[in-house]
Design a protein around this ligand. Sequence first.
Ligand SMILES: C[S@@+](CC[C@H](N)C(=O)[O-])C[C@H]1O[C@@H](n2cnc3c(N)ncnc32)[C@H](O)[C@@H]1O
Length: 201
Amino acid sequence: MSNGWDADEWDARYAASTSVWGGAPNRWVEQEVRDLPPARALDLACGEGRNAIWLATRGWHVVAVDFSAVALDKGRAAEPPDAGIEWISADATTYEVDQPVDLALLCYLQLPAPLRAAAVQHAARALDPGGVLLVIAHDSRNLVDGTGGPQDPAVLYTAAEVMNDLAGTDLELEKAEEVLRPVENAERPAIDALLRVRRPS
Ligand SMILES: C[S@@+](CC[C@H](N)C(=O)[O-])C[C@H]1O[C@@H](n2cnc3c(N)ncnc32)[C@H](O)[C@@H]1O
């Protein structure tokens, strides 16, 4: 992968720490999903599964996909009994669901534009009518005006760029914005991109 992070490198990163991203769900996932009725969800690039596990505890049936076997093992180990998450080792840029989903989530999948577009378009194709695609990412502006996140501008992006990846689809825009995420001990918040679109019912 051209951003220098392949599955082996992610495996090494996950193996080096008990929990890379912490156990709590991402705040924007909580905010955007809280009011959706639980159904079937795809968490693409799920990492250690913090969002997948939170969704499952709220009654969602979750398909959690990542190409890091170490991350998936950590997710399985952290999963509460009966959560029923399907942990799948696959490439997010090519993965096709067996059954359509009502929520497709991409949370901080930072890839160069062509690979990002492939992942976003696969996630969009997975949606049932009425389904929501939620993309959360380190925004391009984070590099200069925010905090943390990847330092390679090629893997940062904006909500508008993701919307552009979806040009020609029937997806309806619900939110495309920059959101500010407080970071402990940092002088400035992180700047995230948030895109929420829905397939018409
Ligand atoms: C920054 S982490 C985010 C993990 C998780 N979404 C979260 O928010 O906690 C990015 C994840 O993307 C995964 N990833 C990167 N490129 C991928 C690809 N092409 N296919 C599948 N997973 C990928 C990595 O293994 C890593 O777990």
